[in-house]
Design a protein around this ligand. Structure first.
Ligand SMILES: Nc1ncnc2c1ncn2[C@@H]1O[C@H](COP(=O)(O)OP(=O)(O)OP(=O)(O)O)[C@@H](O)[C@H]1O
Ligand code: SF4
Ligand SMILES: [Mg+2]
Length: 333
């Protein structure tokens, strides 16, 4: 087995804010990412799923060095990224790229598609010949399914799906080895989503990229992922191989997410809600439940769950789960 290209060890990010007036200032700490560990190989896709606020984007930004983690390490091809000087980290960013959620909002409306895609080339290779930059830009447009003769068009002249293709071309123009896609399809029509997911999967195979694909719901990452990490309140509840996860989730939260997949038909959606396992809202991040962090919403909780924190542990089949009752519960779909 080859070595993983990315090793994330016990990564944690805490945001601090203050409430009250000058005389009664209270410090509040929000654990957005709380001890995440995983490994990723070249050519492999890790899906990351969880409700809004579970820490997915913060995790992505901490991995890429866009925010400084309070704890833990990010090892990229054997080298520790956490603690690198700004300039060293900037150089590494050639290899580590991100695709954002809202393609239209993330593109500068005053720049042409060609300018947007080629900007990273000018930043990292300011002496590159203009002709070479243009050739590479047109080449990237082809790779992502755009017409090279659209190079001088502006974002508003493209559809949402095409804008996301521009975003993907921009993130690939430096030949990265890791691509983090933070909800790359959630702002797109359902009919377009599959096209973009297929494109990313094709590109990943062709280029041997390590891919982290973030989404709200499990159905979106199913096709593209090799493994899936399910996050809740900054922690990993389960990290499982795709086949076992979709056949028999280990964690009640994974099971609940599967059962609460959005259903377009309102009548069917209402019926499904009655049968929903995901009751109540996520607790306030400032008031984290003791014991198992999911216990106040878990239909399987027992006394022990309210006091003992379940560690993320490896099951016999190699999957990981943070739950006391994983062996005895059969959550087969
Ligand atoms: N810059 C920040 N300052 C303070 N709190 C933040 C900051 N960024 C995120 N948070 C908080 O950290 C938690 C995790 O947020 P994050 O954006 O990582 O979640 P997410 O899983 O990506 O959610 P979504 O699915 O809505 O994108 C949330 O409670 C959020 O309010
Ligand atoms: S540890 Fe207990 S509360 Fe937490 S998921 Fe497992 S059964 Fe539910
Ligand atoms: Mg997010």
């Amino acid at each position: 087995m080859t070595k993983p290209v990315l090793r994330v060890q016990d990564l944690a990010v805490t945001f601090t804010s203050f409430t009250g007036g000058l005389l009664q200032r209270h410090e509040r700490k929000l654990r957005a990412v709380d001890g995440i560990s995983f490994e990723l190989h070249a050519g492999e896709t890790l899906g990351v799923v969880g409700e809004s606020g579970s820490g997915k984007s913060t995790l992505a930004r901490a991995i890429l060095g866009l925010i400084t983690p309070g704890r833990g390490r990010v090892m990229w091809r054997g080298e520790e990224l956490t603690g690198l000087e700004e300039e060293e980290l900037r150089q590494k960013r050639k290899e580590l790229q991100i695709v954002f959620q809202d393609p239209v909002a993330s593109l500068d409306p005053r720049m042409t598609a060609g300018d947007i895609i080629s900007e990273p080339l000018w930043t990292f290779y300011p002496n590159m010949a203009r002709l070479q930059v243009e050739e590479r830009t047109r080449g990237m447009m082809k790779v992502v399914g755009l017409l090279p003769n659209q190079i001088n068009r502006y974002p508003h002249e493209f559809s949402g799906g095409q804008c996301q293709r521009i975003g993907i071309a921009r993130s690939l123009v430096l030949n990265p080895r890791l691509l983090v896609c933070d909800e790359p399809v959630s702002a797109l029509d359902v009919s377009i989503q599959a096209q973009i997911i297929n494109l990313l999967q094709d590109l990943q195979k062709k280029l041997g990229l390590a891919l982290i694909f973030i989404a709200h719901d499990l159905s979106v990452v199913r096709h593209i992922s090799d493994r899936v990490m399910v996050m809740y309140m900054g922690q990993a509840m389960e990290v499982s191989e795709k086949l076992s996860l979709y056949r028999r989730p280990l964690h009640p939260y994974t099971n609940a997410l599967m059962k609460s997949v959005p259903i377009p038909d309102p009548r069917l959606a209402a019926a499904a809600r009655q049968d929903s396992w995901l009751t109540g809202d996520m607790p306030s991040p400032y008031n984290r439940p003791k014991g198992c962090i999911f216990h106040n919403r878990c239909p399987y909780r027992v006394k022990r769950c309210e006091a003992d924190v379940p560690a993320l542990r490896r099951m016999e089949n190699g999957d990981w789960v943070a739950g006391h009752r994983a062996e005895e519960l059969d959550l087969s779909i």
